[in-house]
Write a protein that binds this ligand. Structure first.
Ligand code: NAD
Length: 484
């Protein structure tokens, strides 16, 4: 807990509740702005130990990317290296070594936050915080639950994050029916793996275990695959995933899951009637909800909506003086980078600086193979909103670098305003889409036109030439493809 010299008799300028990517970034920025800052966090790892970093670092983005990378390497060794003339014989995967590597990466990054707190003079406190109605923050000690302190502070930033949604029809048992965290910890690849929810987590973790040998069935309730994604991109991705052997079943509503001797029997209904599948492990990945249940004492005045999100305006003010909220516990996409930028904005506003957040230009990425990344409006959204637009696409089959990488799959699609030529959306399915999207984000942040990107020189041979060509295709000027 607090050391003697830092005890609650001290008044803070800012107390941040939660040290995920929204909270820890807010705390560091606030301290950099000269504000006396504490950050309280109660994340408990499976070994019972505390670590800063929240879901993203401990049980989300970082460990999943580590496993995605390892499993992709394994897949390449098995299926791709031969095309380069490299013979590796029978590639074997040692899952324990893969998991140990993942844990080392996580530990080095979570330890890094503690070090960043120290060097920025943020006081990191291990404990569970609650906002009291008198504006103070009560902290229950991480190691001694009967020990409580109260912190005085001028500002509070709520950054409590989110937790997996549990399904009544398939409750977690933390061994066979698991959430995304449990799915990162399997000691071996299950023979038959079921996934409820064909969203970001379902596709990423389904891909990891599929590459390591699991037979994967994904049950998605919606009729449209990746309904929030541009449908041309979603359909291209769906084709690739099915080619790889991922069994994605759409319009599938799960009605129950029974554990028996031979595994878990999952029941679902689609337009053809009732069906059952047998699996050895079941991942439930049907979304996340804000983790705000025990965060506020009765009478603080801070409002939560019916789903538990803390209500805030576009500057993340809760409506109660000097109480702010950022990240997954407020409206908007549940993305680490969105939370971090809200944290920076709030820390700057508290310090009296000018700050704002451009909610229209937040990139999204799905780290499957091929990767999917987008920013701005989809073609479906533009149609619904009656916006006149021009569309340009360019396939990676016509990109030299993608061919050299043995990855000529997918396309870049650019949407621009028909009159002003401003770029309204960019959608990619293909190799390293996660990195390529940054160019589109920068362009849109500067309100670039398609012509601006057409006249920007892109190095050759690179994947980013596909972005250049998609911009040219907006005006039917692509050089290396037939303009439709
Ligand atoms: P999600 O919202 O991406 O997907 C959940 C899917 O489950 C949806 O397609 C939904 O239609 C489906 N679904 C809901 N109830 C169902 C039911 N009863 N049966 C079958 N399908 C059902 O949620 P997620 O994949 O759980 O991810 C949670 C959050 O974490 C998301 O907001 C996501 O953006 C974030 N996340 C982001 C990344 C990334 O940026 N790469 C990675 C992991 C998680």
């Amino acid at each position: 807990m607090l050391s003697k010299e830092n005890q609650m008799s001290q008044t803070f300028d800012v107390v941040v509740i939660g040290a995920g990517p929204a909270g820890y970034v807010a705390a560091i920025r606030a301290a950099q702005n000269g504000l006396k800052t504490a950050c309280v966090d109660n994340w408990k790892n499976l070994d019972g130990k505390h670590a800063f970093g929240g879901t993203c670092l401990n049980a989300g983005c970082i460990p999943s990317k580590a496993l995605l990378e390892s499993s992709e390497m394994f897949h390449k060794a098995q299926h791709e290296l031969a095309a380069h003339g490299i013979q590796v014989g029978n590639a074997m995967m040692n899952v324990a070594v893969m998991q140990a590597r993942k844990s080392r990466i996580v530990q080095s990054l979570t330890g890094g936050i503690a070090a960043l707190f120290k060097s920025n003079n943020v006081i990191g406190i291990r404990g569970t915080a609650k906002l009291l109605k008198n504006g103070r923050v009560e902290v229950t000690d991480f190691d001694a639950p009967d020990k409580k302190d109260t912190l005085e502070t001028k500002h509070v930033i709520l950054a409590a994050g989110s937790e997996p949604v549990e399904l009544k029809v398939a409750p977690f048992d933390r061994r066979d029916i698991v959430d995304s965290w449990g799915a990162l910890e399997f000691p071996t690849a299950p023979k038959r793996l079921g996934v409820i929810g064909g969203g970001v987590i379902g596709l990423e973790l389904g891909s990891v275990w599929h590459r390591l040998g699991s037979q994967v069935t994904i049950l998605e309730a919606m009729d449209n695959f990746l309904f929030m994604t541009d449908q041309q991109i979603a359909q291209t991705a769906a084709r690739e995933f099915r080619k790889q052997g991922l069994d994605v079943r759409l319009g599938a509503k799960v009605t129950g899951a029974d554990k028996g001797k031979s595994g878990i029997s999952v029941h679902y209904e689609d337009r053809d009637g009732m069906h059952d599948i047998e699996v050895d492990k079941l991942i439930v990945a049907v979304g996340r909800r804000p983790a705000t249940r025990n965060l506020l004492e009765e009478g603080t005045g801070v409002k939560r909506d019916p789903r538990g999100f803390i209500q805030v305006d576009k500057e993340c003010r809760s409506g109660v003086k000097n109480v702010w909220a950022v990240g997954d516990c407020v409206r908007g996409p549940m993305l680490a980078h969105k939370g971090s930028e809200e944290g920076v904005m709030v820390a700057d506003l508290i310090a009296g600086r000018v700050a704002e957040m451009n909610y229209a230009v937040i990139p999204s990425v799905i780290y499957t193979w091929p990767e999917i990344a987008w920013v701005g409006k989809t073609e479906e959204e533009l149609k619904t909103q009656g916006v006149q637009y021009k569309a340009g696409t360019f396939p990676f089959t016509a990109n030299g670098r993608a061919k050299a990488m043995e990855a000529p799959v997918g396309l870049v699609k650019m949407l621009a305003d028909a009159r002003s030529d401003e770029i309204l959306g960019v959608h990619i399915v293909g190799p390293l889409a996660s990195e390529m999207i940054a160019e589109a984000v920068t362009a849109m942040e500067f309100r670039a036109s398609a012509e601006d990107l057409q006249r920007t020189i892109h190095a050759h041979p690179t994947l980013s030439e596909a972005m250049h060509e998609a911009a040219l295709a907006v005006d039917k000027h692509a050089i290396h493809a037939i303009n439709k």
